[in-house]
Design a protein around this ligand. Structure first.
Ligand code: CA
Ligand code: CA
Length: 252
C-alpha cells in the first residue's frame, strides 16, 4: 500500500507578509472612505440646519416684526441666558450685533455637526424694536405697522463676498456661519472666546464686521493654512424677508 502524501498547509513568512500588506491596504482604504462619508454627512447635516435656521429667522420676523438679536457668545450653555437673544429692555436695541445664534429663542439646535455654535450677525435696524430706525435710505418711509422695525425699502448693512477684500457681493440683513471642520473662529458650548488661528477668508467670517465670505471649500493639506476654507455660510436676503413680510400683510 502506498502511503498518502501529507499536504503541507504551512505558509511562508513572505506569504503571510503579502496577505497582511493587502489586508492593511484594504482596511486603510475602507477607513478613508468611511471617514470621508462621515465628513460628507456632517456637511450635509449642517447645510440643512442652516436652511432651517434661515426659515426660523424669517418666521421670527413675521411673528415679532423684527429679527432676533444675537445671544451672548461668551456664556456657557449652562447659564440662564445661554442661547437667548439679548436686547435692552429700555431701548429695544441689541446688546450684541455680532454674537452667536440665539438658538433657545428660535427653538433650533445650538451646535453644528462639529459641536460648535453658529456665529450670527444682524443689521441693527432690522432687529431693534423701533420703526423709526429703518436704514440709510433717504427715500425710505417707515413701515405702516408700528410693530415692524423696518420698511419695505430697507436694505441690510451686511455683505456676502466671494473673497475677502473684493468689491460687490450680496446684501444681507442677517448672516449665520458654521465655522466647519477646522473650527477656527467658532465658539463652543462652554462659551469663552473664539477659537484662534484665524487667517484669510475664514478670518473675514470671524472678525466682527459687516463683511462675510462664502465660496466653495479650499482644502489645503494644512487645515490652518491661510487659504484653507471650510466655512458654511447662509444669510437672510432683504428682498426675501421683505417679500414674506408683505405677503403676510406685515408690511404695506
Ligand atoms: Ca428698526
Ligand atoms: Ca472653518
Amino acid at each position: 500500500m502506498i502511503p498518502r502524501m501529507k499536504k503541507d498547509l504551512g505558509f511562508t513568512l513572505v506569504e503571510i507578509s503579502i496577505v497582511l500588506i493587502i489586508a492593511g491596504l484594504m482596511l486603510s482604504g475602507m477607513l478613508g472612505a468611511y471617514l470621508s462619508q462621515i465628513e460628507a454627512n456632517r456637511i450635509r447635516e449642517t447645510r440643512q440646519a442652516l436652511h432651517e435656521v434661515r426659515d426660523a429667522l424669517i418666521g421670527f420676523a413675521l411673528s415679532n416684526g423684527h429679527l432676533p438679536c444675537p445671544a451672548n457668545p461668551a456664556l456657557a450653555n449652562t447659564a440662564t441666558l445661554a442661547g437667548q437673544e439679548e436686547r435692552s429692555g429700555v431701548t429695544g436695541n441689541c446688546t450684541y450685533i455680532d454674537g452667536v445664534l440665539p438658538w433657545a429663542t428660535l427653538g433650533v439646535k445650538e451646535l453644528d455637526a462639529w459641536g460648535k455654535r453658529y456665529s450670527y450677525r444682524v443689521t441693527s435696524y432690522f432687529a431693534d424694536t423701533s420703526n423709526a430706525t429703518i436704514g440709510p435710505s433717504a427715500t425710505c418711509i417707515p413701515a405702516a405697522d408700528p410693530a415692524v422695525s423696518f420698511a419695505i425699502c430697507s436694505v441690510g448693512d451686511i455683505t456676502i463676498l466671494p473673497q475677502a477684500g473684493t468689491l460687490g457681493g450680496i446684501p444681507a440683513v442677517a448672516v449665520i456661519v458654521s465655522h466647519g471642520k477646522n473650527l477656527r473662529g467658532a465658539y463652543g458650548p462652554s462659551g469663552g472666546t473664539r477659537l484662534g488661528n484665524l487667517a484669510g477668508d475664514e478670518l473675514e467670517n470671524a472678525n466682527n464686521d459687516t463683511s462675510f465670505v462664502d465660496h466653495p471649500f479650499v482644502h489645503d493639506a494644512d487645515p490652518l493654512a491661510e487659504n484653507y476654507f471650510d466655512d458654511l455660510v447662509d444669510w437672510v436676503s432683504p428682498s426675501i424677508l421683505i417679500g414674506k413680510m408683505a405677503a403676510a400683510s406685515r408690511l404695506p
